[in-house]
Write a protein that binds this ligand. Structure first.
Ligand SMILES: CC(C)(COP(=O)(O)OP(=O)(O)OC[C@H]1O[C@@H](n2cnc3c(N)ncnc32)[C@H](O)[C@@H]1OP(=O)(O)O)[C@@H](O)C(=O)NCCC(=O)NCCS
Length: 152
């Protein structure tokens, strides 16, 4: 995924534990270095120079990214598709859920988008748990997996 042309730049935002910041020079390399087999399994080959909407920070540590895009013909008006990735050492601490909530707040406050969608492989248990935790509702199956939606 990639920041879409015309989308407003994300302002730094925090819930006191996790902070979202727009990518800075040098972050792309660190995001590439932080990829593991889960990345390639669930997210595909990945961009050479990733530019997600937000990098996820916990204190002084970069721990992953969250992103959205609007470039899919299956999205309805007002919908965006959301993606997320945490470095392995940062998982299972609640950071991804917090980061996605902050991204939804950004969408709600700074953009006209109203609905966030997720496409999750049926075997991606951790991502399915996150979707349920955040109140995403299953809308059905698509070729690539299960399709979820939630108002931002
Ligand atoms: C998907 C992904 C981001 C989910 O990460 P995660 O660590 O499971 O999610 P969170 O960071 O929100 O952590 C929640 C987990 O931490 C646990 N946890 C432990 N301590 C916690 C705390 N202090 N606060 C909150 N949760 C805590 C929760 O119980 C929960 O575990 P559970 O689902 O077994 O109940 C991560 O697995 C990943 O990067 N996967 C590869 C990329 C990917 O699949 N992307 C999505 C493609 S659709």
């Amino acid at each position: 995924m990639m920041t879409s042309v015309g989308e407003p730049e994300l302002q730094v935002s925090t819930d006191g534990v996790v902070t979202l910041k727009p990518p800075r020079p040098g972050d792309a390399e660190r995001l590439v270095e932080g990829r593991d087999e889960e990345f390639f399994r669930w997210l595909g080959p990945g961009a050479e120079t990733p530019r997600p909407v937000a990098c996820v920070w916990v204190g002084e540590e970069l721990v992953g990214w969250v992103d959205y895009d609007v470039e899919h013909d299956w999205l309805r008006p007002g919908e965006v598709n959301v993606g997320y990735y945490l470095f392995p050492a940062a998982r299972e601490k609640g950071y991804a859920s917090r980061a996605v909530e902050l991204l939804l707040q950004h969408l709600s406050r700074e953009t006209e988008h109203t609905v966030a969608t997720l496409v999750i492989d049926r075997e991606n248990v951790r991502s399915l748990r996150l979707a349920h935790r955040l109140g995403f509702v299953k809308r059905g199956g698509v070729e690539k997996g299960l399709f979820f939606a939630r108002e931002v």
